[in-house]
Every structure is written in C-alpha cells, then in structure tokens.
Design a protein around this ligand. Sequence first.
Ligand SMILES: [Zn+2]
Length: 376
Amino acid sequence: MKQFALLAILMLPVTSPAADSKTRNIFLLTIDGLRWQEVFRGIDESLAENTQYNKRLEHIRKLYWTDDKTKRAETLMPFLHSTVFKSGVVVGNRDRNSCARVTNPWHFSYPGYSEILTGVVDETLDSNERIQNPNESFLEKLNTRVNYSGKVAAFASWDVFPYILNIERSGLPVDTGQKVNPTAGEQERIMGRLQADIPPPWEHVRFDAFTQHYALSYIERHHPRVVFIGYGEADDFAHDGRYDEYLMAANRTDRFIGELWRFVQNDEIYRGNTTFFITVDHGRGEEPEETWQHHASKKTMEKNEQYLAQYPEGIVGSEAVWMAAMGPGVPVQGLIATGDTCLTSNRVASTLLKSVGEDYRLFNPGMGPPMMEFIE
Ligand SMILES: [Zn+2]
C-alpha cells in the first residue's frame, strides 16, 4: 500500500506552475519616452507647424496627417491601433478616462525601467548613471528557473541596460551592441559591423534598427521564452527637439513591433503561445508646449538645481505612461477605463509572471501586484 501511495505521488504530474496559464512566451517591448499624446491623438498640429521643431512640414504632413481626428493616431501607429489595441488590452489614453503612470518619484529612464522590470520602486535609483541595479528583474528571476534557464534574452538601444539588468550578477544576455557576442550568427556579425560604421547622433544610444534586426536574428536562432526589447530613439529625438524625427521613430517602432508579431505568428515554436506587452518608461510635458521635449519630476528638479531650473514644478505630465498587451491569455477588451485610479508600472513584472502561471510572491512579495485587466 505504501509503495502504491509513493507510486501515485511519483506519477502526479510535476506541479508545473505554468499548467493553468494560457501563454508560454513573453515579449516585453518598451519605447523610450513616447508620449501617450502621440499614441492616442497622433501628430500634434501645433508642434508639427512649429519650425523650431520641424523644418519639413509638408513631408511630415504627407506621411502622418489626416483631417479626420479619429484616424490621426492610427495613421501614425497603424499596427498598435489596428491590431494590438483591437485584439488585446490598452490603458493610458487620458482623453478617455484611462490612466497609467509610473510610481517612482523621478520620471526618467533608469528608475522607470527598473520599476517595470523589477516590480519594485527603489527611490535610491535617482539617476541614469551606470550603477548595477541592486534589485532583481523578473528576467533574472525566471532565468533561475529550470524551465526558463538560458531562455531569457534582452536587446536594447540604450547602453545602460546591462546595468539596469545587472548582468554582472544576473548573467543575462543583454545586447546593446557594445561587445561582439561570441555566439553571434552571420547576420548578427554583419549587423555589428554596420552598427560600427553607421554612428548614431548620440553617445549612448544606437539606432533602433540595429536593436530590432539583431533581436530578430537572435530570436529566430535561439527561441528564448522571455524577450525584452528596449527601443530608444523616440526619447533622444525628442530631447534634441526634432518633432519630425520623433514622429518617424514612433512610426518605425510601430512597424518593428508589427514585424516581430508577424514573425512570431509564422514561427512553429511561438505561434499561438506568445504574448506581447508594450509600454514606456515615462511620459513627457504638454503645457507649456516646449515641454514636450523634456521629462522630470519636481523632486528631480529639487535634487538637480541646474537642470531645467525654469520649471520649478517639474515637467507636468512626465509620470504619464501607457500600456498595451495582446496574445493568448490577454482579454480582447480594447481600451480599459480606470475611473479614479491609475494602473502603475511597478505592476508590469508581476502581471507578466502571472500570465505564464508564476506567483510573484514567491519571487518577491514587494512587487506591485498583477493587473488583472491584462489577464483573462
Ligand atoms: Zn529622456
């Protein structure tokens, strides 16, 4: 009898936490500092007509303008609007009572990404310096699990991500094009050479095209189960005051995400069991108009007295973000109204863990709890 009991226990299926989840693979995609205003309203007429920010009005008009206000956003980001927002969930359109925001008090990139990736708000992360993140990301945590080990990969345009994801401790593969990857395939090696020969206008950010195509090539060869891609151009063009380039970067990233989705749908391993989650690390200003270029909280201004000193209240609106998801296990709900509350970025990591059947409390109970709005 005892033996039977033992046998019965052994024959129980290994309690796989993923057993009750509807999806198997997660792609988390971020677009640095792309405002909800452009995502949901499309091109801003006043900024586009301001020759300080855009010197090729006709060109930009031809690409992204339409007199029909309801179609303007779709013209700028057609994949998000026609596919993601319709087949999944979206939050953050503040014109329609839908609110998402960061929880960290700083409203710039490192703390924003750390919040998204670790689920924890660590107020001591108060700069964009190359500091090894003391907090563990959900990628790092999953990578310790037998079902995910070696199947987690990150790609980013900004060269601070190896620190945000603390590769020293986590050992995660984080490609920002800084080092030649010894396991790189032919395509990836060519991309590495092109990247070196096509210098971007910024010191610490590469062009997103390299991030995209490097990621695609790697994903096709290795099929990681957890993918993070950090697109970066939009924020840099905005800081440069180039509204035309900012719009084109937004449109290009939309196309990149569509390209990735089509790849997934045509791939044996990913088809039907891969979920996309898309968000941003911070918002930008709206009023006064020139603040579209910037983002920072009042607290950031108080800490750095020189920085944007003409805005003692901070850049209003830079805490505003948006989020969207699509794939198995994500309800087909479209825009979620949030009433008096806002969904927050520190809940992204636990939501993604839950979507693959993992309980965030076993990893770190201090993470923001899952957003059930994103789970069927
Ligand atoms: Zn920025």
